[in-house]
Design a protein around this ligand. Sequence first.
Ligand SMILES: Nc1ncnc2c1ncn2[C@@H]1O[C@H](COP(=O)(O)OP(=O)(O)O)[C@@H](O)[C@H]1O
Ligand SMILES: [Mg+2]
Length: 164
Amino acid sequence: MLKIQKLHKSYPIGDSSLHVLKGIDLSVEKGEMVAIMGSSGSGKSTLLNIIGMLDEADEGDYILDEVPIKNLTEKKAAVYRNKFLGFIFQSFNLINYKNALENVALPLYYQGLKRKKRQEKAKFHLKKVGLLDWATHLPSELSDFATFTLCKRPDRIRHHATCL
Ligand SMILES: Nc1ncnc2c1ncn2[C@@H]1O[C@H](COP(=O)(O)OP(=O)(O)O)[C@@H](O)[C@H]1O
Ligand SMILES: [Mg+2]
């Protein structure tokens, strides 16, 4: 599903550079759950940024669902990101001027689903997590628990192959 081989990444710092990822190998199979652990500054975010196609490695191979991820245009990267990757951020990243239903439905818009279908699907997911009564409320009106539950939904809704 996800295969990484001999991945290198450095950041330029003034005249020199900081070599953060030094030949990482990683393989994740379908259905496997993996936690990346390491002390602060060890390169976890750097690796996740590359896996999430937000950044590119300097050297090495990254293959996602048999597609080599290299030199992709922004457009192509966005297509793969939408198809394969879900992010659950430490901060919630809900859109504060959109209500709960609209937040959940947003990824479906980018997948090209018609409005009615988007609403139907988003309602189904809200119901599933007991938040249907909150569909028309803004994120600021939700409890912390409801916000947390909700912020996971826009990702789940896409049935992502990979969730970072
Ligand atoms: N954009 C950047 N420019 C320069 N150095 C960076 C950048 N991002 C991260 N670093 C450095 O790379 C190292 C790894 O950072 P990071 O991947 O954020 O580690 P972690 O997520 O494990 O805490 C750290 O020393 C950090 O200061
Ligand atoms: Mg980090």
